[in-house]
Design a binder for this molecule. Structure first.
Ligand code: PRP
Length: 212
């Protein structure tokens, strides 16, 4: 089996923190990912290539073995499930919190509340666990707009600096989960390509633990 190991990376802000981590493990893309429209990148490590995709697609590529490893936010794993995947390492990057949030001073005025989010499953589980009936409205971005436009009462979203909430007259309420990016591995690859996969896991593990 001579195929290169394929690592699926989440584009966007996770990617910015993943690149330096991989570089320390001797895996550097041969061109600037940010400046290219390509999706597959050879690296300085002759046995490793990178693909750069949306976070929600990373577990799919890894689960089906189209990629051997992946880097993805815990929020995606909580929302879409981690079946068929090993999650051997918390990379400790792209840390943030998944929270409920509402307009400053918001008080519940009825038995039902409307919650806008892209994390539909997490949101349903959260409100069920606290015994609140929530009508969940699926959005794909700009959740903070929903209460302003009276589409929803609350939102469930990622909070990092809190600037986006503040800029839109909102405040964080309950924390649902602490989020960071995780290394995930295809279960079959962990067996069939054990040496190569384990080396990448071990190298990254050493780097992450040295940094903490
Ligand atoms: C995320 C999230 C918030 C914002 C929070 O959006 O959905 O809008 O970041 O960050 P802050 O607390 O530092 O303001 P992102 O920019 O990743 O875009 P997306 O919603 O399209 O994923």
């Amino acid at each position: 089996m001579n195929r290169k190991l394929t690592v699926a990376l989440t584009k966007g802000r996770i990617l910015k923190e993943t690149i330096p981590l991989l570089a320390r493990a001797g895996i550097e893309p041969l061109e600037d990912i940010g400046l290219s429209r390509k999706l597959v990148f050879d690296t300085s490590h002759e046995d490793v290539q990178l693909v750069v995709i949306r976070g929600t697609d990373v577990p799919t590529y890894v689960r089906h073995g189209a990629a051997d490893l992946g880097v993805v936010g815990k929020d995606i794993l909580l929302e879409h499930g981690a079946e068929g995947l090993y999650e051997p390492l918390d990379l400790g990057i792209a840390r943030c919190r998944l929270m409920t949030a509402g307009p400053v001073g918001w008080q519940s005025s009825g038995a039902r509340i409307r919650v806008a989010t892209k994390f539909v499953n997490i949101t349903r589980r959260h409100f069920a666990s606290v015994g609140v009936h929530a009508d969940v409205i699926k959005l794909y971005g700009a959740m903070e707009l929903a209460p302003i436009m009276n589409l929803a009462d609350l939102i469930v979203d990622i909070v990092d600096t809190g600037n986006t909430l503040r800029a839109n007259g909102m405040e964080p309420l309950d924390e649902i989960a602490c989020i960071s990016s995780r290394l995930i591995v295809n279960k079959a690859a962990m067996r069939s390509r054990c040496g190569a996969v384990q080396r990448v896991v071990d190298d990254l593990s050493e780097i992450v633990h040295a940094a903490t």
